[in-house]
Ligand binder design. Structure first.
Ligand SMILES: Nc1ncnc2c1ncn2[C@@H]1O[C@H](COP(=O)(O)OP(=O)(O)OP(=O)(O)O)[C@@H](O)[C@H]1O
Ligand SMILES: [Mg+2]
Length: 599
């Protein structure tokens, strides 16, 4: 699993206990304060009713069994019905209120988490596996809710119940009460011991379940590759390891948690046995009040469950806090690439784009080395060069997915880092090498280019992208679903929809990364012509291997290993020889004679 591990490692930070809890309460208690107050008051009532049901045992024993007072039977029976009725309704209201608060809190936190993820820069998404992000959004919000629920329930229900029952015990028999509290210190000591182990195991468990999600997701997305290369065994093996790990960790957490039971049961049994001995002795030898004794025993037995839960409280809280901490790791993650504090809104109708001695590296190895190029206003600039030369990287820098490590990218003479990121991107339309469509209608996907576009504009964009005819041939026309990732369409059709989306954007800077690579010669020529129309009045960068696409460019930059090695128009570069002529010569062999003739 090592191939996954490093992608999950980035988040794991120092552990602190109270910090995240205090934050969680600060941020999430206030909006629900009134409803919490109501739920808590209901819990107090339920706790008092419980105590009442223990207290009344004294009268049952003394008045009915010993005094044989017939009239009181009905009064006591009525009181019992009343107590349980109150307890039932109070419990109902408190649990409904808490559930609603919890559900609302999960929704709120998930929205915050999703926002925090969307806010991140591209680097974040390369660093973190999808499964990790998904698990954090889906599970951590619930963990936060569990933590708050646990605290409210423990402090509210269990603590109030325990306190009221102890009050009954003290009233009925103060000495025995004091003696039975002696079990508390060993219980607390034993539980604290288990805590640290649970914490470590719980975090590992979350990380490992994220790996499961990632494997499933990659298998589904890459199912064609999986089937055709027979990768089932490899994936199954990785999946078995991940599920096995979760199984082991879950067992470990459960075992650690359950270890509190033998401890608590033994201590509880000791306390009860002791009380029976001591109380029996008092009754036998000193003729003590038997009703008080039974009431005490009842209260003690009833106190046992909430006391046990309170003892486990820390253990359960620890598990939930693991999720809370992981949630804050996402919420606190500050994207490196952000708008500068004094950034201005970009506003231009046409753009001259300049790369001024730009250096860039994704990691250690330099990808762009002092790259300089210029695209004058409303020009068409082609980038050509061997695979890995850095062409797509140039586009990423124009979009400001990354910042250069040296030099600057300028638009109309202004460093693009001076603009707010959002406003810059509004001025750029991108067709990527790997087109991505969202599951939804064709029209909705095109409209992503400009959400306020009218249906007529969407259709016009489709026409310009040479996509209109095939869209109309689909069963529901523009309302046909493209499927997840555009899976219902061919590669060339997806590409034309992506081009239509970019056309609709009407941005002054247009970036086309091999936008016509998946098209046949006819479709490419149609698109070429459409792009010709589209490129008017905007600055266009094209990355293309095909001669036809590049031939009409105003300037061609030939890139190799992150540098511009040649510059000029087609005729100049052909005359010059060098890499361009070499690449062309290679292509002449593959391209159909008519395509060459067209060039
Ligand atoms: N996200 C990334 N992280 C790390 N390295 C990357 C990343 N993207 C690209 N590279 C590296 O940067 C170099 C340039 O990549 P780029 O995608 O810009 O090439 P390209 O010219 O577009 O190639 P192609 O014609 O094959 O699309 C390559 O060596 C590549 O390995
Ligand atoms: Mg590329």
């Amino acid at each position: 699993m090592s191939f996954l591990k490093d992608r999950f490692a980035g988040f794991i930070g120092p552990e602190q206990k109270l910090g995240p809890l205090v934050r969680l309460f600060r941020a999430n208690f206030r909006p629900y304060a009134r409803r919490y107050a109501f739920a808590l008051s209901m819990m107090v009532i339920a706790a008092l009713a419980t105590a009442g049901s223990a207290y009344i045992i004294k009268d049952i024993i003394n008045k009915i069994f010993i005094d044989k007072d017939g009239a009181l039977v009905f009064v006591i029976a009525g009181a019992i019905v009343f107590i349980y009725l109150v307890k039932g309704f109070a419990t109902y209201f408190s649990s409904v209120t808490l559930t609603k608060i919890g559900n609302s809190m999960v929704a709120r936190l998930q929205r915050q988490l999703y926002d925090a993820v969307l806010r991140q820069d591209i680097v974040f998404f390369q660093r973190h596996a999808l499964g990790d992000i998904m698990v954090r959004i889906s599970q951590n919000a619930s963990a936060a809710r569990a933590a708050i629920d646990l605290i409210v329930l423990s402090l509210g229900r269990d603590l109030f119940t325990l306190v009221s029952l102890v009050a009954v015990m003290v009233v009925q028999n103060p000495i025995m009460s004091g003696l039975s509290l002696l079990i508390a210190p060993p219980a607390i000591y034993g539980i604290t011991h288990l805590l640290k182990k649970v914490r470590t195991a719980a975090r590992k468990e979350v990380v490992t379940s994220a790996q499961i999600v990632t494997i499933v997701q990659e298998s589904v997305q890459g199912i064609r590759v999986v089937k055709s290369f027979g990768l089932e065994d490899r994936l199954r093996a990785a999946f078995n390891v991940a599920t096995g790990n979760v199984e082991t960790l879950s067992n470990r957490i459960a075992t650690l948690g359950a270890r509190s039971s033998p401890l608590m049961e033994t201590l509880g049994g000791l306390a009860i046995a002791f009380v029976v001995m001591f109380g029996g002795y008092q009754i036998v030898h000193y003729n003590a009040d038997p009703g008080a004794f039974f009431s005490f025993i009842t209260a003690l037995l009833m106190a046992y469950e909430p006391a046990k839960r309170l003892a486990r409280f820390n253990l359960d809280l620890e598990k939930a806090l693991v999720g809370v901490r992981m949630m804050y790791e996402v919420l606190d993650e500050v994207p490196e690439l952000q708008s500068a504090p004094d950034a201005v809104e970009a506003k231009f109708d046409s753009a001259a784009v300049t790369f001024d001695r730009v250096d860039f590296a994704y990691g250690e190895a330099p990808v762009l080395k002092g790259l300089s190029l210029t695209a004058p206003e409303n020009s068409v600039v082609a980038l050509v060069g061997p695979s890995g030369a850095g062409k797509s990287t140039v586009f990423s820098l124009v979009e400001r997915f990354y910042d250069p490590t040296g030099g600057a990218v300028l638009v109309n003479g202004t460093d693009i880092r001076r603009f707010t990121v959002e406003s810059l991107r509004r001025h750029v339309a991108l067709v990527t090498q790997d087109t991505f469509l969202f599951d939804g209608s064709v029209a909705a996907n095109i409209a992503d280019g400009r959400p306020d576009a009218s249906r007529a504009e969407i259709e016009a964009a489709a026409r310009d992208a040479n996509a209109y005819d095939f869209i109309m041939a689909m069963p529901d026309g523009f309302d046909s679903r493209v499927g997840e990732g555009g899976g219902n369409l061919s590669g060339g059709q997806r590409q034309r929809i992506a081009i239509a989306r970019a056309i609709l954007r009407q941005a002054p800077i247009l970036l086309l990364d091999e936008a016509t690579s998946a098209l046949d010669a006819q479709a490419e020529r149609d698109i070429q012509e459409a792009l010709g129309r589209l490129m008017k009045g905007r600055t266009t960068f094209v990355i293309a291997h095909r001669l036809a696409t590049v031939r009409d460019a105003d300037i061609i930059y030939v890139m190799d290993k992150g540098e511009v090695v040649q510059k000029g128009n087609h005729e100049q570069l052909m005359a010059e020889g060098g890499l361009y002529a070499h690449l062309r010569a290679l292509q002449f062999k593959d391209e159909k004679p008519d395509a060459v003739a067209a060039g």
